[in-house]
Design a protein around this ligand. Structure first.
Ligand code: DAH
Length: 347
């Protein structure tokens, strides 16, 4: 029996060494070590042995079994490793290939302008406040000294939603809101930046545009005067359009200010010499402003004998157009990336 076991061992060692793949190895495992395998059937014949011989043969079979199992496992591991190497070789990734470019967006010129304005006024101690775009007739007109039927309403072609609701035509509406919010006994120093709407559409007007509104109210004893308004607007315009910009105040009319001024700036295109853009005048009309009308103070909770101040408002789109040399306002709203990309590094 010993010889028989030795023969099986030698034969199987040779066959395991020659196995070509995992499948062959598995067949050999079944053939020699399986339940009906050659070594197992040797064990079955042990009944014919003497009691002394049995443990000797039993342990011999077991040690051969262990030896074969170890050989098969070793070979199996080698096959698996080989397979992995092949896979790694065929699936190599070239990490030196350039990656796909990440497309970077650019800030819209209007938002650049808005951020610049807000930064400037915050640095001068102003609050930045907001108001609704869908506004009531009351705030957009009535509380600004423009009662129903007032002829100055005709200057602003409006989008009415109902009889009393409209898309705000001016950020001036926020003046009234802020005065009421402050309750009539606190100073105000605010700007409001936001969208406004009017029924107009051409190269210099869009049905939707942006305005910035400024309002400063304080006790009369603190003397917020026309000189402060002038100084503030000078800082504002020089910052936006360049240090050489000069301002000209022309008497004008706005229902919510008295006296009222329209403010012109020297033409950024010709520097004041006169060109087609400024219609040869050297000046461009840019802002509305004035000293807050006593009626407006009264209607919104401030005593005009105790409080006073100034207000101003201007279109941001026009400012951005001047700042960046944009010739048609509608470019600002068409979302053409070729247009927008040009402002990437302009400031
Ligand atoms: N709201 C005016 C407009 O849209 C501009 C304006 C004029 C604003 C005078 C003001 C102001 O605050 O005092 O035409």
């Amino acid at each position: 029996m010993k010889e028989q076991i030795e023969a099986i061992k030698q034969k199987s060692i040779g066959e395991i060494a020659n196995a070509k793949d995992l499948k062959e190895l598995n067949d050999l495992r079944v053939q020699y070590l399986g339940k009906k395998g050659e070594l197992t059937s040797v064990l079955r014949g042990m009944g014919a042995l003497s009691p002394e011989e049995r443990p000797i043969i039993g342990s011999l079979v077991n040690s051969v079994k262990d030896e074969l199992e170890a050989l098969i496992s070793e070979k199996e591991e080698a096959f698996k490793q080989e397979e992995l190497n092949k896979k790694l070789e065929s699936e190599t990734i070239d990490i030196t290939l350039p990656s796909k470019k990440v497309k970077r967006g650019s800030k819209h010129p209007l938002n650049r302008t808005i951020e610049e304005i807000e930064d400037l006024f915050v640095s001068m101690g102003y609050d930045v406040v907001e108001g609704p775009e869908l506004e009531t007739d009351e705030y957009c007109f009535e509380r600004l000294n423009l009662p129903e039927g007032h002829p100055a309403r005709d200057m602003q072609d409006s989008f009415y939603i109902t009889d009393s609701y409209l898309l705000r035509t001016q950020t001036s509406a926020v003046q009234a809101r802020e005065m009421l919010r402050k309750g009539g006994n606190e100073p105000i120093r605010m700007i409001c930046v936001g969208k406004t709407y009017r029924r107009e559409d051409d190269a210099t007007h869009s049905h939707q545009f942006n305005q910035v509104e400024g309002l400063v109210i304080d006790k009369k004893e603190n003397n917020v005067s026309l000189a402060d308004l002038k100084g503030t607007l000078e800082v504002f315009m020089k910052k936006m359009l360049g240090e050489n910009t000069e301002l000209r105040f022309r008497p004008s009319y706005f229902p919510f200010t008295e006296p009222s001024y329209e403010v012109d700036v020297t033409c950024f295109n010709c520097g004041g010499k006169g060109c087609p853009l400024c219609k040869k005048t050297g000046w461009i009309e840019l802002l509305g402003s004035g000293i807050v009308h006593p009626n407006v103070l009264k209607m919104n909770g401030y005593d005009p004998d105790v409080y006073g101040g100034f207000a101003f408002g201007t279109g941001i789109d026009r400012l951005a157009m001047f700042k960046y040399g944009i010739t048609d306002m509608r470019y600002l709203y068409t979302n053409d990336v070729r247009f927008l990309e040009q402002f990437d590094r302009k400031d």
